[in-house]
Design a protein around this ligand. Sequence first.
Ligand SMILES: Cc1ncc(COP(=O)(O)O)c(C=O)c1O
Length: 424
Amino acid sequence: MQSTLSLSSDFHHTKDCTLFSDRLASVKPSPSMAAKAKVDALRAQGRKVIDFTIGEPDFDTAPHIIEGGINALKSGQTRYTASAGTPALRAAIVRKLERENQLSFRVEEVVVGCGAKHIIYNAFAASLNEGDEVIVPAPFWVSYPDMVALQAAKPVIVQCSEASGFKLEAAALAAAITPRTRWVILNTPNNPTGAVYTREELVAICDVLRAHPQVWLLTDEIYEHFVFNGAKHVSPLSIAPDLRDRTLLVNGLSKAYAFTGWRIGYGAGPVELVKRINLLLTQSTTCASAMSQAAAVVALDGPQDCVAEAAQLFAKRCDRVMQLIDQIPGLSCVRPDGAFYAFVNVQKLLGKLTPEGRALASDVDVMNYFIEHAQVAVIDGTSYGCPGFLRLSFATSMEEIESGFAAITEAVGACRPALGTIHA
Ligand SMILES: Cc1ncc(COP(=O)(O)O)c(C=O)c1O
């Protein structure tokens, strides 16, 4: 019974490895995709599950953007496009970067892919050789280390402490750089912690990078529009224009425009890198969907109210989630300044016993206890390179948030101290 409820991966590498690429040996399936599949499977069995694993807005794409996609189909945009993206979309991205980030790019410096994930994957494929190193600050978005490993390169995980707000500090970066370092990844606002780097923090990081001309900077800014508590998104390139010839800015429409299923993301960077990413696209996906690209132009050039409304909604939910976490003894959370996740410290629950007498030895155990006992799905911090924490997404309705936290409160309250524990 327990195994059917476990959110941990049920993926096993086959023993007959000769049939498959050696590079897959170190690659895990995306834990967030695995969690989604598990929640879907439980619901298909008729179980009521409150899902806090969701990595996408819980509302539909705005009607005027959907209309843009439909119009594209009706006007015959049903064929392959240029592999780097339609001229119309690349121009709209150039305008967006100018308008919102005060960055000026030429169309040739922009490449469109099937999501930001696709661009990051191809950027690594275009630039990494075996044994190269990529600095990945932890907690990290689950896909970065695996995408690096798929190129036979080495993810170098740099732990960022809870006390630092889960942000990469300049000294830690400096200590991690070696002659083999090829990239540093900066994700702001951050998935899974909601950390948003300040201008000063970015200045310090860029100062370190200046001394290492062999290192590229990948800035993943996909949550840029969702910032709260007075935080502001700063695009690293805007404060370090001199790093432009070795920076790839990655963004996409998935989060800001509730556009995840349309699959549009983009990279903006030096022409030589963009050309090589495009070369890989020509031999793999050919191009992103023509209809989606047309809808993306409508999204980027059209009214931005849907983005502002989504940002307000997430800010309100963030406030409520923080209140609810504060009321549960044993849980704590560094307040997220952006994105739509709370990264909750569950270390005080470790060592306790569930009502069934099982010991909670890790965040994975707590995750499994929450789904079994409370029917609440969350993702373990271990998957994000940070044991002792859970990621809770608040990209779900306020009603689900209230009932999910009521169930978590009950589940936490039902745990007992392990035998032999001495209380003050
Ligand atoms: C930090 C981060 N980067 C990139 C992506 C990929 O987004 P997409 O491929 O949908 O554009 C995600 C999705 O969850 C993310 O959280």
